[in-house]
Write a protein that binds this ligand. Structure first.
Ligand code: GRF
Length: 213
């Protein structure tokens, strides 16, 4: 059997991570498990990503991300979308919460709600998302299933700037994950997540670097 190539990351991970005048102040938005939150937090702890996490916002009571935030000693705020009359009303409270915690970069890590201009205009150019496909292929839900059903040979993940249309906006960093003949959605998803955890912290640094240059 052919050996599986290791993931190709473009642009490559930094050898020397940038230091900023002030650590970046991140607000993480998540709906589910929170493994990307944890990867970003560990990258900060290791002294790679020069940042602090000001607040974690989540929308599903009982989401794994809340337990992770508590274990990591991070403030977490539940904004349950079910209690809001509109997407705009939810985004208004999200903006207030992010601003109250001094956040300047909004990091969507498995946030499963469409966002509106209320959020996008408040943090113009400073909202990032991660998606488990090589965008623009397979936007939307069940991206890993979509890739498998399409019979692609290479899957992957993308960190991109957030625009109004779902999973659109310029890519910042991508990692390619070659398929294996025995892949199922869970096995492929697991390998993609390993790469997500590598590229998200680096992509945050890269986006911030591009902003100051
Ligand atoms: C990731 O696969 C990400 O690409 C997608 O949602 C998932 C979040 O995973 N947007 P986790 O909650 O960070 O573990």
């Amino acid at each position: 059997m052919l050996e599986t190539a290791s993931a190709l990351i473009s642009p490559p991970l930094p050898v020397v991570w940038p230091r900023f005048e002030q650590p970046l102040s991140l607000g993480i938005m998540a709906s589910g498990n929170g493994s990307n939150l944890e990867a970003i937090a560990h990258s900060i702890e290791r002294g790679e990503l020069h940042a602090r996490i000001g607040v974690v916002i989540y929308n599903n009571p009982g989401a794994g991300v809340a337990e992770r935030a508590s274990r990591l000693g991070l403030p977490a705020v539940l904004l349950n979308h079910r209690h809001y009359p509109s997407r705009e009303a939810l985004d208004h409270d999200i903006v207030q919460t992010l601003q109250a915690h001094g956040v300047d970069w909004v990091i969507m890590a498995g946030w499963m709600r469409c966002v509106t201009a209320v959020l996008i205009d408040a943090f113009a150019g400073q909202i990032l998302n991660i998606h488990p496909s090589l965008l623009p292929s397979f936007p939307g839900l069940r991206a890993v299933d979509q890739a498998l059903a399409a019979g692609v040979k290479v899957a992957g993940c993308t960190v991109h700037h957030v625009e109004l249309a779902v999973d659109s906006g310029p890519a910042i960093m991508q990692a390619a994950v070659p398929l294996e003949p025995s892949d199922t959605p869970p096995t492929l998803q697991a390998r993609i997540q390993v790469q997500e955890h590598r590229i998200y912290p680096a992509a945050i640094a890269l986006a911030a670097l591009e902003n100051v240059n």
